[in-house]
Design a protein around this ligand. Structure first.
Ligand code: SF4
Length: 231
């Protein structure tokens, strides 16, 4: 079968060989690399590709403490299946100090600050000790991501490398099908975009992929793709 993800009709789109060449180029330049993953079904394609290129590249799971237990179990399954070098980034501020003036946890009243403490801040020391952040964002996921280029600057002189940027949802599903990749266990229960439990809703057929996140708010990004991009 001639699959869409193997046809490079878009000159900006990276195929698997292009990704491999770019990673090897960074390596030859002595660059220190890492990737991050939210361990959703669509994240697995990049992890699978990287595992074939070099499975020693650290894969950081930003463990906010609010993930579904199914996500944590899925991460462990993938680590074992593909020999991934998983590492964890954890928040520095304990949850009892993450409350507003009413005593409520911050995701209820200030999700931007909650995301900062639990996602953005934990990544800072990892950025400081690396050169390249391999980041699996896709342009078709949000208006913010649509503005990204293949490489963008991040804090601490790091380059964000976006190998999946011009892959489409269809290409992701074709790749998963061809390689028989597993799916996040909550998908069959109606969740499509899966992040922290308090900020994730079941998917409605009329929504696009990420609308199950921060339901009812204008918020569409957690800060990793806004605070940690230097345009
Ligand atoms: S997604 Fe929700 S719970 Fe997770 S860090 Fe952001 S605001 Fe907090």
């Amino acid at each position: 079968m001639f699959l869409d993800y193997k046809i490079n009709t878009n000159p900006l789109r990276m195929n698997i060989d292009d990704i491999k060449k770019q990673i090897e180029k960074y390596k030859a330049e002595g660059k220190k690399m890492f990737t991050t993953s939210s361990f959703q079904s669509h994240s697995i394609v990049l992890l699978h590709i990287l595992s074939k290129i070099d499975n020693s590249i650290p894969v950081y799971f930003i463990n906010t403490g609010y993930h579904f237990p199914e996500t944590v179990a899925f991460k462990d399954l993938l680590a074992k299946e593909y020999g991934l070098n998983i590492k964890e980034a954890k928040p520095f501020v304990p949850k009892e100090m993450q409350k507003d003036s009413q005593g409520r946890l911050l995701f209820t009243s200030d999700p931007d600050y909650c995301c900062f403490l639990n996602k953005v801040q934990p990544l800072e020391p990892i950025l400081a000790e690396n050169d390249i952040w391999i980041n699996g964002v896709r342009a078709d996921q949000s208006a913010v991501r649509k503005t990204f280029k293949l490489e963008e600057k991040a804090p601490h002189g790091v380059i964000r490398f976006h190998p999946m940027l011009d892959w489409t949802n269809k290409m992701i599903h074709l790749y998963m099908k061809e390689h028989n990749l597993p799916r996040h266990p909550l998908e069959e229960k109606g969740y499509l975009s899966i992040g922290c439990e308090p900020c994730t809703r079941k998917f409605d057929l009329e929504w696009n992929e990420r609308e199950g996140r921060w339901f009812g708010l204008k918020k569409t990004e957690c800060g990793l793709n806004t605070d940690l991009v230097q345009k």
